[in-house]
Design a protein around this ligand. Structure first.
Ligand SMILES: [Fe+2]
Length: 477
């Protein structure tokens, strides 16, 4: 077969990525695209009208293996898909790989690229850079939790690895938290060797001002954290690095019945000795929604599952998943004065990719948003067919925007209205895959009335791969 990827001449397609046995994470909305394109406004069909106050870029990061094959959904080469909006018009759509050593060496084992066998040190610029995209300190960073961040331009060209002037020497999370009061970015990195966890605090202007090792039980996979106005919160949960799995290649994480499940609450500028640990029911949380301090209590909201990856990190997509074992909105309450813990589910239906308005990070908040999964809306894929809006002031009751049957939205991002007066005055934006044409569109919903028809849809004449996390990067970032 001719090389379908003109952007990297050294790529050879892996036959395992083709044919009827292609695994779920590489087909339909997840099937990789092999070329980088720029589509200008005359080729972008707009339905409705784009609010002229939205000036910036909506960007999604995705796993898109150049060879057509990966063992696991989480390890494909990072590809960014962006749409720029200016003065009520969509000026372009483009997709670009993040240029990393992994991109430059398609199909080569990551350990082979990263490990220096003489010094037994790792090169953390070896990254898939495929998980999230955030703006901070005037930079746009593509993130993946095993590596350094990668800076990209507003046009999605790669600048290179970003180490905060060399202060960062290990992995950096894909899920930092941004304080709306100080402008700080709080983050962490986890590792398979000690220190297993390191906490980072980055100033508004992008200078790393704190780097603090935190004692956790062992090599836990910590995908996300939480933050209130005064506390950073760490999740030390029983999904851990497994050396034997690592030797087999792929994702080296599995469940452990012997490893404790606990949350650590630390003053934001604190040290390891200041962390107060709270035991919780065994479970896992890929993503937190928000956290707030209420008197002596620190409250964390997130999507909990009772267990992940018992024997290996293999993932199956079940079109009729069991709600009991699917991620659902959960509340953990930690009393810092008494040490008491209480926890409960807030919803019976499954959701993932939870988001809040950036201005509500760590603050009292009322509304949260997620991708509705288990048969939500018109979902027939197991990938989600709806956007949920939770009302935390109302028992986490929710409103639903259901997309047409088969259409697959992703993580939706809240963008505040320019002169908004209430918390939900603003827009929800997400890419949606349309199976009948194998193309995608960016949808803009009214966050204050999500059941309503979309305010606008911007149709792209090709597939935006279903992926992970997204951000709106405004012009005045
Ligand atoms: Fe994530």
């Amino acid at each position: 077969m001719a090389n379908p990827n003109p952007t990297n001449a050294s790529v050879t397609l892996d036959p395992r990525g083709q044919g009827p046995d292609v695994p779920w994470h590489l087909k339909e909305s997840r099937a990789p695209v092999f070329d980088e394109v720029t589509v200008l406004s005359d080729q972008l069909e707009v339905k409705g009208s784009i609010p002229p106050e939205l000036n910036g870029r909506y960007i999604r990061n995705t796993a898109n293996p150049q060879t057509g094959w990966t063992e696991h959904w989480f390890i494909g080469d990072g590809m960014l898909h962006g749409i720029e909006l200016q003065n009520g018009k969509a000026t372009w759509y483009r997709n670009r790989y993040v240029r990393t050593p992994q991109y430059d060496n398609p199909g080569v084992d990551r350990l082979e690229l990263a490990l220096d066998k003489e010094t037994f040190t790792f090169d953390h610029s070896v990254s898939a850079a495929n998980t999230h995209i955030v703006g901070h300190g005037g930079r746009i960073l593509a993130l993946e939790e095993g590596s350094f961040p990668y800076e990209v331009t507003p046009d999605l060209a790669t600048v290179g690895p970003h180490t905060f002037d060399g202060v960062l020497t290990g992995p950096f999370t894909a899920h930092p938290k941004f304080c709306p009061d100080t402008g700080e970015m709080l983050g962490f990195g986890y590792a398979q060797v000690e220190p297993y966890l390191t906490y980072y605090r980055v100033s508004k202007s992008g200078e790393m001002v704190q780097r603090t090792p935190i004692s956790v039980t062992g090599p836990t996979m910590m995908h996300d954290m939480a933050a209130t106005r005064d506390h950073a919160i760490f999740m030390d949960l029983p999904a851990i690095f497994d050396f034997e799995l690592a030797m087999k290649g792929g994702m080296p994480i599995r469940w452990s019945d012997d490893y404790p499940a606990r949350f650590g609450v630390m003053p934001r500028e604190g040290a390891d000795a200041d962390v107060q640990w709270f035991d919780v029911k065994p479970g896992y949380c890929f993503h937190t929604l928000n956290a707030v301090d209420e008197g002596d209590e620190t409250v964390v909201y997130g999507m909990r599952v009772p267990e992940i990856w018992r024997d290996s990190s293999a993932m199956e997509m079940n079109e009729t998943p069991d709600p009991e074992s699917s991620p659902r909105l959960h509340e953990w309450r930690f009393n810092r004065a008494t040490g008491a813990v209480s926890e409960r589910y807030l919803d019976d239906e499954s959701g993932e990719f939870p988001r809040i308005p950036a201005s509500k990070q760590g603050h009292d908040f009322r509304y949260g948003y997620s991708l509705g999964i288990t048969g939500a809306g018109n979902d027939t894929s197991g990938m989600g067919g709806a956007v949920f809006k939770y009302d935390l002031a109302n028992g986490a009751s929710k409103e639903i925007h259901a997309f047409p049957a088969g259409h697959e939205p992703g993580e939706s991002v809240f963008v505040p209205a320019e002169n908004g007066t209430s918390e939900d005055d603003g827009y929800l934006m997400t890419y949606v895959w349309k199976p009948e044409t194998d193309t995608s569109y960016l949808v803009i919903l009214d966050a204050s009335n999500i059941k309503a028809d979309p305010i606008a849809e911007i149709h792209i004449p090709r597939r935006v791969v279903s992926g992970f996390h997204s951000s709106w990067v405004p012009d005045n970032r």
